[in-house]
Design a protein around this ligand. Sequence first.
Ligand code: NAP
Ligand code: ZN
Length: 357
Amino acid sequence: MEVIPNHTQTVAGWAAMNESGKIEPFIFKRRETGVDDVVIKVQYCGMCHTDLHFIHNDWGITMYPVVPGHEITGVVSKVGTNVSGFKVGDRVGVGCIYASCLDCEHCRRSEENYCDKVTLTYNGIFWDGSVTYGGYSNMIVAHKRFVVRIPNNLPLDAAVPLLCAGITVYSPMKQHGMLQSGGSLGVVGLGGLGHVAVKFGKAFGLKVTVISTSPAKEKEARERLKADDFIVSSNQKQMLAKTRSLDYIIDTVSAKHSLGPILELLKVNGKLVLVAAPDQPVELPSFPLIFGKRTVSGSMTGGMKETQEMMDLCGEHNITCDIELVSTDRINDALARLARNDVRYRFVLNIGGNSKL
Ligand code: NAP
Ligand code: ZN
């Protein structure tokens, strides 16, 4: 174990040690509790597809050992002397952003996610030079600015995916005007991010269409998630029938695909937001773009103010995620199922045991 000054708190976690992708128990150290820090006893951690990308080094940037996990909820166990907003016992969470410079134009607008010194919750480099380790672990130390309060009515397990999946779709929805009712939204890929986008779309009064490769998801999408329409993307007849029908599309597909047929579903001037991050470039043919004056944009999670706003909104409207709880001895099974698109709709690691808070 590498020794870093001030990293004195022992943590039990789970890590991938190399590209084989197998997760195994891993003991490591976190920093001492600083004056601005909040210490969290981790109860739950969501398993995002990004964890799989990092575990398998899909993007070529993984620093092993990698402790994944950026959808973290738990209870505050200690606070630094300069922390007034949180106290021991509070229900809190940490998402994708672990630190940023706190001083640039983006940080000043609480767009910490676009700070060029942003530190991700795992596989990032923190201010002290250490590599960050994520929420597949029983304790995390986080700067108070990057800690989110979880509303009392939201269970810590079903709320945990909101910290990545939730904010990642909420932020572009807000930016592109989807919080106003009346528009039509297409959600491509019904997984962790996609199912939250459907729930948000319905809560904001949009007409929501799911565009999926999985016909087996149609019944659930319509009945449980209240989607208004469902298109199987490989069915050309269904796709053609919905040409120029949507104002917005959020694309969450984790594998290589073409945006061409999807763009045809947008009205003239429609907007597609790509939040997915496949390891291969997506295809972007020019004709559907230019003939429909359409826009393709991207979005990377959300800032801290916006994350709290989204969480509070979910509290008000009682929006939670559809999850499958996984015990820590089944991490590898769950990751294998996630890789073959066999999850409804987010695996959540039950790190704190079975005791519900
Ligand atoms: P997920 O739960 O695995 O869902 C992805 C969905 O994509 C699947 O449910 C499936 O939907 C579809 N899909 C999967 N493989 C496919 C294939 N080979 N061809 C076509 N469709 C396929 O993943 P997630 O956790 O929602 O994450 C989705 C993507 O977003 C990942 O690339 C992740 O890294 C990225 N992400 C980005 C951000 C950001 O800040 N921008 C944040 C979090 C995650 P159907 O069965 O309905 O087709
Ligand atoms: Zn994520």
